[in-house]
Design a protein around this ligand. Structure first.
Ligand code: NAP
Length: 262
């Protein structure tokens, strides 16, 4: 990346749910362009390893917050440690699959809490200071399911689409202040979470884990799963100083799996 200045070195990013997977990919790419980080996850050990890796590799400051970002206490701890936030990357684990006939109001509230309202609460807390300083980048890690609903993941489809809808309006309200709000929609990535999908596919299709993985890979136009550094690079680009005209967008990064011209 030498020669390409993202213009955000020394800024501070809160990257939620980032001890591994897509959140870690975003944290890594932001650190690579000089951004100091506040990282969080529920598991302390893995978070510490991830934070140390980024400190050593990129020489940035990294604050570790062991917390559940879907709780009010967790978000308060993140915000207190962070102070002024320039970049917010919202992320959390996805809701479980299931049959909509089994879902109650409480099931929905839990999904909305995790995948819509916790992102909303963090946005609400950081956005006015971003407006005042005339710089802010908000990125929500959602899912390709916002564009292509996955029937068994109805809770994810619904909660993430709700966040996306809200942010579409918000983006237009704050764009004049150089505060952008965008979504990154992952297709299928080589993270721990994909192992669950591979296991489910193997079970449903009565095939081995290796055959299920092979099938998922071959289905994609790239003939492979995505890698987290590829996802992270897109996040850093969205957060760069030069991306002020990119707002209210939802970028699908799925290896061309969603087949459409636009
Ligand atoms: P992953 O590899 O399992 O990593 C999840 C990360 O989030 C871990 O660091 C985990 O650490 C942390 N985390 C989870 N729940 C948390 C919580 N409540 N509070 C704080 N940290 C939390 O998952 P991923 O594949 O990166 O997926 C990230 C998000 O993208 C999920 O919502 C997933 O549904 C969505 N997504 C992923 C894909 C894909 O192909 N990977 C596709 C579409 C959508 P702890 O467990 O220690 O908290």
């Amino acid at each position: 990346m030498s020669g390409l200045d993202f213009g955000i070195a020394g800024r501070k990013a809160v990257v939620c749910a980032s001890s591994k997977g897509l959140g870690f990919g975003c944290a890594n790419a932001l650190a690579a362009v000089g951004v100091n980080l506040v990282m969080c996850a529920r598991g302390a050990e893995r978070l510490h390893e991830a934070a140390n890796q980024l400190r050593k590799k990129h020489g940035v400051e990294v604050t570790e917050i062991v917390c559940d970002v879907t709780t009010e206490e967790g978000r308060a701890a993140i915000l207190e440690a962070a102070g002024k936030v320039d970049i917010l990357v919202n992320n959390a684990g996805g809701p479980p699959p299931g049959d909509f006939r089994d879902w109650t109001r409480d099931t929905w509230i839990a999904a909305l809490d995790a995948n819509m309202l916790s992102a909303f609460a963090l946005i609400q807390a950081v956005i006015d200071p971003m407006i005042d300083q005339k710089f802010g980048r908000i990125v929500n890690i959602t899912s390709g399911s916002v564009k292509t609903p996955i029937p068994a993941l109805g809770l994810s489809n619904g909660a993430r689409a709700a966040l996306t809808g809200f942010c579409g309006g918000l983006a237009r309200q704050v764009a004049q202040h150089n505060v952008t709000v965008n979504g990154l929609l992952p297709g299928q990535y080589n993270t721990d979470r994909i192992e669950t999908i591979i296991a489910n596919t193997a079970k449903n299709e009565n095939m081995s884990l290796a055959a299920a993985r092979d099938m998922l890979e071959k289905r994609n136009p790239t003939r492979r799963l995505g890698e987290v550094h590829e996802f992270g690079f897109a996040c850093a680009w969205m957060c760069s100083a030069h991306s002020g005209y990119l707002t209210g967008q939802n970028i699908l990064i799925d290896g061309g799996s969603f087949n459409s011209t636009l």
